[in-house]
Design a protein around this ligand. Structure first.
Ligand code: FAD
Length: 396
């Protein structure tokens, strides 16, 4: 577009940014730029399978250059600030880029400051998780070598990326410990930020039975306040006060997350969820600037963030950017999301719901809360292929 550096400028080269860029190019937009700082791209759902001993990092990582769609300009830099009035972004490398339409999808960043001691516990190898990719390959060797002692798992509080999937390594480990006859010798504790694991009654009923069956002690409405790697202790803030878990042999402790600061600094964040981009959760358009949109983990969409949800968000947003230019009616995102949880090493529940928690199965008429073997197979082997071949190419 004349007078700007990009017609559509997308901040972030993750699931959201790359699949949207590909979809827009397919729809006939011919001037799309992605600003992406990372040299690589990850299919994050497989991280939990790496932590469960069922996949490798090589299977989920590709060079960014391989996933940026043909015809899309890639600016290899990080956005440091946004000027919504001028419709420009400024990068760490000193570039100022102007655009007609701006889409923000930089995802979330670890908030290590929220949990003193956790980052050094990661560095020492006493804590690790599927959520911190540098530590993920160490998780299964640690879990699978435990024969007795105490292990703590956490589900991160929101904002977090598909938080309930952090249960996958717990279930995969418990299944393995049970098969090798050591489960009874391990004290397994799970820290949940809410009263239940998913907030979906049908799913939670099943999960509660599974926790009881495996002997997992569930600590509810709790979050990690600090950890001490020297003492191997985890301090929790619980509804009844502070509780210290001592002599923990391994902590699958997921850090807390926040949105990148440039969003709030630009005056684009929501009051309800500080830091996330304040958009209409149905149209995905900024409530403050008509030419700014957001999807993915950094957007305040009043639903659980997930890659599955992005399939629908990308579709709605691509249509809405075109519709807004033509003065047409905008499409609406129903908040569809998915929380796949392996409940054994070979079965998985999908937990597909809309914003209000109503079941929304992708395969018509199946109950999305029932664990099934074919669903595990599809999540583990089918979806990664769909991701690389179709989702990132704007075909879904
Ligand atoms: C361990 C784990 C397991 C998951 N499992 C599932 C699952 O089973 N099913 C499911 O549906 N979803 C799952 N998810 C969620 C899913 O992966 C995310 O919802 C999805 O990746 C969000 O995409 P995004 O593009 O918004 O953010 P991201 O994928 O995080 O991408 C953001 C990109 O923006 C870049 N960026 C950040 N800041 C800047 C900046 N300032 N300038 C330029 N670029 C920037 C980042 O480097 C990154 O490349 C999981 C997530 C995790 C972490």
């Amino acid at each position: 577009m004349a007078g700007t550096d990009a017609d559509v400028l997308i901040v972030g080269g993750g699931n959201a940014g790359i699949s949207l860029a590909a979809r827009l190019l397919r729809d006939g937009f011919d001037d799309v730029t992605v600003v992406a700082s990372s040299p690589g791209h990850r299919y994050k759902p497989l991280l939990n399978y790496v932590a469960g001993g069922q996949s490798t990092m090589a299977e989920l990582e590709r060079p960014m250059a391989d996933v940026v769609p043909d015809g899309c300009r890639w600016v290899r830099d990080a956005v440091e600030s946004v000027d919504p009035a001028a419709m420009t972004v400024r990068t760490r490398g000193g570039l100022t880029l102007s655009c007609a339409t701006l889409v923000l999808c930089p995802g979330l960043v670890e908030d290590w400051d929220a949990t003193p001691g956790l980052q050094s516990a990661y560095a020492e190898g006493w804590a690790a998780s599927s959520y911190v990719p540098g530590s993920t390959p160490t998780v299964w060797p640690r879990l699978s070598s435990l024969r007795s002692g105490s292990v703590v798992f956490t589900v991160p509080p929101e904002p977090a990326s598909c938080g309930p999937t952090a249960l996958k390594p717990l279930f995969m480990a418990c299944d393995s410990w049970r098969r090798s006859g050591v489960l009874a010798d391990l004290q397994v504790r799970l820290v949940l930020p809410a009263a239940t694991a998913t907030g979906l009654p049908e799913a939670d009923r099943y999960l509660e039975d599974a926790f009881a069956d495996l002997g997992v002690e569930v600590l509810r409405e709790s979050r990690i306040e600090r950890v001490d790697g020297d003492l191997h202790s985890v301090t929790l803030a619980t509804p009844s006060g502070r509780r210290v878990l001592e002599d923990v042999d391994f902590a699958h402790a997921v850090p807390h997350y926040r949105a990148p600061r440039f969003i709030a600094e630009a005056g684009l964040s929501a009051d309800a969820t500080p830091g996330l981009v304040d958009v209409d959760p149905e149209t995905l358009r900024s409530r403050r600037h008509d030419s700014i949109w957001a999807i993915g983990d950094a957007a305040d969409l009043a639903t659980r963030p997930s890659g599955g949800g992005l399939r629908k968000q990308v579709n709605v947003l691509a249509k809405n950017i075109a519709a807004a230019r033509e003065g047409k009616r905008l499409s609406r995102y129903d908040g569809y999301t998915v929380m796949p949880i392996t409940v054994t090493r070979r079965t998985l529940m999908l937990n597909e719901v809309t914003r209000d928690g109503s079941p929304s199965p992708s395969v018509p008429f199946i109950d999305p809360f029932v664990p099934r073997r074919w669903q595990w197979f599809f999540d583990r082997y089918g979806l990664p292929q769909v991701y690389w071949r179709r989702i990132l190419r704007g075909r879904v």
